[in-house]
Design a protein around this ligand. Structure first.
Ligand code: ATP
Ligand code: ATP
Ligand code: MG
Ligand code: MG
Length: 270
């Protein structure tokens, strides 16, 4: 584009390049999904089909971007781990955040239609949209703690919601009464209420609800875990080719305490 006297306005733009040689996590979260889930009459506490829509969207994103090594999601959120050496969009924060939020938004709508067809049509006043943010972390310990944080959040919310909705559905409590009943209770109390008052053993709830969903890239055995710093462009290309061949494997497991699960995937650390 030829220079024009208007071009100076470009100088007002500011760009944040995410710190090099750090892990990037991008988290997307549905906007106003509390209302959204009411409007489309999600099953409470967990609508499994809605969770699968999230999962399929996340899986699609991971299959398209070789830099994404791991995804973790529950409720209306998903976190994606980008490898340390990631150079996608020169690590420009705005590009990455807006890209992931819009990928999630459009795939969610696409898979919604696939899942529900005419059964639940999206209407223009209640469309699903997602926001996105990026955070960089210096060590893999931070990454483990980050995903532990999200999984603990999933657990706390799910235990609360499971108890809350069982009180409403099985005991006919109003939402206010159920909220009142749960005020000040700790996890053990909720387990007990579920078990002795509501005939539900929390342990037997589906793993996807209790643990969330983990997608991880798994490679052929010959994928070497090396830092890319100092590699020639050709060597980098070869690694990229291998990354593209990764399989995406799904888990619903405890990622907080299972060290051997993490240890068996050293490529995540790069
Ligand atoms: P915000 O725009 O700030 O994110 P929000 O209403 O989306 O607001 P969240 O904290 O993100 O608030 O919570 C998402 C809510 O969406 C949950 O509390 C739950 O009510 C609902 N929800 C999301 N997914 C499901 C699902 N699969 N089944 C049932 N309810 C769900
Ligand atoms: P980036 O991802 O960096 O934005 P881009 O390919 O989207 O890459 P832009 O600078 O945004 O690059 O340019 C958009 C391009 O899309 C235009 O150069 C033009 O070729 C094409 N394009 C967009 N809208 C139209 C349209 N309505 N009709 C024809 N071509 C279009
Ligand atoms: Mg939300
Ligand atoms: Mg949320």
């Amino acid at each position: 584009m030829a220079n024009s006297r208007f071009e100076y306005v470009k100088q007002f733009e500011r760009e944040n390049y995410l710190l090099p040689d750090t892990y990037i996590i991008i988290r997307v979260d549905g906007k106003g999904f509390h209302k959204f889930s009411q409007h489309y009459q999600f099953e409470k506490p967990n609508d499994a089909r809605a969770l699968q829509i999230m999962n399929r969207a996340a899986h699609k994103i991971m299959s398209q971007y070789s830099d994404v090594m791991l995804g973790y999601g529950d409720s209306d959120e998903y976190s994606f781990l980008l490898r340390r050496g990631c150079e996608l969009y020169e690590r420009r924060e705005m590009k990455l955040c807006t890209l992931f939020a819009s990928l999630m938004t459009c795939y969610y709508q696409f898979f919604w239609r696939e899942e529900y067809g005419e059964e639940k049509r999206l209407d223009e006043d209640h469309l699903p949209v997602f926001d996105g943010r990026a955070v960089v972390y210096p060590t893999f310990n931070h990454i483990r703690d980050y995903f532990s944080w999200r999984q603990v959040d999933c657990h706390i919310n799910n235990l609360y919601n499971t108890t809350f909705w069982n009180l409403v559905i099985k005991k006919g409590m109003t939402p206010q009464e159920a909220e009142q009943r749960l005020m000040g209770t700790v996890a053990a109390d909720k387990n007990e209420i579920l078990f002795s008052e509501l005939g539900t053993n929390y342990n037997n709830e589906p793993e996807m609800f209790k643990k969330g969903t983990i997608y991880v890239k798994e490679y052929e055995e010959d994928y070497q875990v090396v830092s890319e710093i100092g590699l020639t462009p050709r060597q980098k290309q070869r690694l990229e080719k291998k990354r593209k061949k990764a399989k995406i494997v799904q888990y619903h497991i405890d990622i907080i305490n299972d060290n051997s699960w993490w240890d068996s995937k050293p490529w995540l650390m790069e």
